[in-house]
Design a protein around this ligand. Structure first.
Ligand code: CA
Length: 231
């Protein structure tokens, strides 16, 4: 089945360019011209991935992303944000509201296609029936459920992959570059700082109040899953 891509963009010329290119690559493309239409489109038929422009009339892309992340059924919808802004702080803001990736305009269609494929690969549910556990944290790979201390933990697709990778070898320290290769893939360029943003999101999700921080930050080295981590 063709992957369903929802493109949310208010520039008709860019929509047509993207539609043409993704169509050629075997995607089923639907479009929305503003944030409100995007939310309606998602409610009517969930896409496999959303390409979301930051600057939209009425509701901004950032706000659309925030709203989708608040709802249980769209919390893990893969989203790539597009923006004319190239500032690092904007990139971080985009990732903090829950975008899985961020592409600055102008970009080439082939660059965006590579990013879309990478995010879709990461989001693909595992067919394994394994259970990974560490301390009071467990991950069911078949149902994609994460439980900590009896409570259900909701993770975005990138945080899920990141946690899964750390759970596969608890205690081992990984550098940002190793995490990028393992979780994001070698074929796309992602800044090492992106890892920090997703680690922060993962911590926020798995560490409840009064619980031990399961992720250890190893200064100038990277991160590890470690129950004995200092708070
Ligand atoms: Ca725009």
């Amino acid at each position: 089945m063709k992957p369903h891509l929802l493109i949310v963009e208010d520039e008709p010329a860019l929509i047509e360019l993207l539609r043409y290119n993704f169509d050629k690559e075997g995607f089923r493309v639907t479009t929305a011209g503003d944030g409100e239409a995007a939310l309606v489109a998602v409610a009517e038929g969930r896409p496999d991935l959303m390409i979301l422009d930051w600057m939209l009339p009425h509701i901004s892309g950032l706000e659309v992303c925030r709203q989708l992340r608040r709802k249980a059924d769209t919390r893990d919808l893969p989203i790539i944000m597009l923006t004319a802004r190239g500032e690092e702080s904007d990139r971080v803001r985009g990732l903090e509201v829950g975008a899985d990736d961020y592409v600055a305009k102008p970009f080439s269609p082939s660059e965006l296609i590579a990013r879309v494929r990478a995010v879709l690969r990461r989001a693909k549910p595992s067919s394994a029936h394994d259970m990974l556990t560490y301390g009071d944290l467990s991950m069911d790979l078949a149902s994609h459920r994460v439980i900590r201390g009896g409570r259900s933990v909701h993770l975005g697709p990138t945080e899920f992959r990141l946690l899964r990778f750390l759970l596969e070898r608890p205690g081992r320290v990984y550098s940002r570059e190793q995490l990028l290769d393992a979780v994001w893939g070698r074929d796309i360029y992602v800044e090492p700082r992106t890892v920090d943003v997703h680690i922060r999101r993962l911590r926020k999700a798995i560490n409840g109040e009064g619980e031990i921080d399961l992720i250890r930050t190893v200064r100038s080295a990277g991160y590890a899953l470690d129950e004995t981590a200092d708070a």
